[in-house]
Write a protein that binds this ligand. Sequence first.
Ligand code: FEO
Ligand code: CA
Ligand code: CA
Ligand code: CA
Length: 684
Amino acid sequence: MSSMQHPDNDLTINPSGNESIRDVMDRFTGRRNFIKGSLATATFASLGGFSLESLANGAYTGSPSPAGGIGFTGVPANIAPMTDGITVPSGYTARVLIAWGDAIGKTGPDANTHWNPATAMTTARQLTTWGAHNDGMHLFPFPGTGAAGIANDRGLLVSNHEYVDPGLVAHTTTYGTDVITKAMVNAQIAGHGVSVIEVRKVGGEMKVQRPSAFARRITGATPCKVSGPAAGHALLKTAADPSGTTVLGTLNNCANGYTPWGTYLTCEENFNGYFGTTAAKLAAQPLTALENRYGMSAGGFGYRWHEADPRFDFRDTPNEPNRFGWVVEIDPWNPNSVPVKRTALGRFKHEGAWTSVGADNKVAVYMGDDERNDYMYKFVCAKKMDTKNRAANRDLLDSGTLYVARFNADGSGQWLPLVWGQNGLTAENGFADQGEVVIKARQAADRLGATMMDRPEWVAVHPVTREVYLTLTNNNRRGTAPASSNKIDGTTVAASARPPVDATNPRRDNRYGHILRWTETGGDVAATTFQWDIFVECGDKLNANAHLQGNIIGDDLGAPDGLWFDKDGRLWIQTDQVGNATGDFVNIGGNAMFCADPATRQITRFLTSPRNCEVTGVTSTPDGKVMFVNIQHPGEDWSGSFTSNSTWPDSGFNGPTTQSGNAVAKPRSATVVITKDDGGVIGT
Ligand code: FEO
Ligand code: CA
Ligand code: CA
Ligand code: CA
């Protein structure tokens, strides 16, 4: 399987040639003043004990220190030879809730039937069990006896399943040369998508409720409705769906989001990797500009699905890729609801979709396009949220304005509208209508001169101040004259394909990434201007290259990806590097989760992870006392051997075993539950 490519390491780059503040080469070091002024009460956010008056008074920069503080003692980095397990601070306990192939509790004969990892996964078994490679996740609490009538002991836990390692699914170490069958492809497709499980506290411990009428799997084959400006568009029509309104499935569901009206947003990221074609077909009909801009290639990421299913051969079914790359809205409270691809939010490699609701009930959705030198977007709904009538918000995400960000060197920024008929988004430039603008959102944004970013991943919106934080995970394609030693993967790219550094992306070969933040003008989520600041440049204080040492106060980290504010305003940061504590990460160690104070910028390591995994996805009960964290792709090395790196969680875990209790056979992605031994709020 050596030809397989990790979807988070797609080598595509933005070829648009945008200049991204070419005139400004000064290194950006200072903190910028954020907008002063009134801060309104967040309609749906917990106030967590903040004093809004004190925030609005005087020279306010950033957001305040968290209510309740950060009180744990950090854990050491998991350096080589790594521990193949989870470590959390003294006074905390982590245990596995559910892992790939464990029963989700779907009502029926298989409510408690787990998959045995010593065999290949089948489509039938996968449809009643937890999907592969869990990523973004959110807990929707039931009504209950907690504050505001919300339960802390019962909820729907909804998680993405970003991708699969085909060799793990098929139980083979030679996937790259095996004959691919439709059954193998279908089992992989079933491992993708979303799981909904019900969790309940039983005997003081949060457990999966089996059976539950809410338990559900949505996969890469589940019918999804298309809505918004691209619904029924000619570019979305296929022989199997001549209406262009019903897509089979959702794929590469990376990070996520949720709406205040109680729906889940799952985001399609590196969809291009599942498609392929033959060299002969590609020679006869070369890539279109659209295909090129979204990274289509004959081999894809090595999944080889197109060899067994013409849906994934983009010369046999050329419009099928256009039906992916969207934000998909799911109502977890109705197990029969049809997922809806909300095309108004644009088509790109969506990392996630994070809502921010203004005091006036206007709704904005922040979305990163996770590609080297791609863009940051915001969607503003045309209609305000109805706080009294949930059903009135059902199609709120279908109409509004999609914007892309331009960051100026002086700390200001603009949201540029991607609206058909404006700014050259016209028929003569290849945009026949708004449907074509959203389908070709990247190319539309290229025309507007958006700022190329160092791979925008997760967003977190502060629960009270509405300040927006964004992880920029890394970029080894920036800087006009990089030293050959300044490479992550050794790939040589023409200097002309590299944008120079700029104020918001100030480091060449930015292998450790940084975290950006901004506030909208006037605190208005619908504002078209903002003020920005770099929260932190990540790095290794022991790195010999001065520009890679970063400016972290506290524990060093690199490749920030997951980002989340808890109810009290603690900023949680999760990392996604190779995860084996070698090379650039020999000092920083494997992937981890950190807790940051937005005011002091102090960063403390809270959790370390098993070998060769990624820490991604975090949510909690409303009281903040039970936290859920996703551990993705333990053991992964893309050579076909997984157990040589990790056998987590079935062994190597210092807590209770997984619910399936399987013998050690292969490492499995899993969701971990973290509690504080004294019953307190996580992080205090
Ligand atoms: Fe799937 Fe950009 O992480
Ligand atoms: Ca991931
Ligand atoms: Ca990610
Ligand atoms: Ca990542």
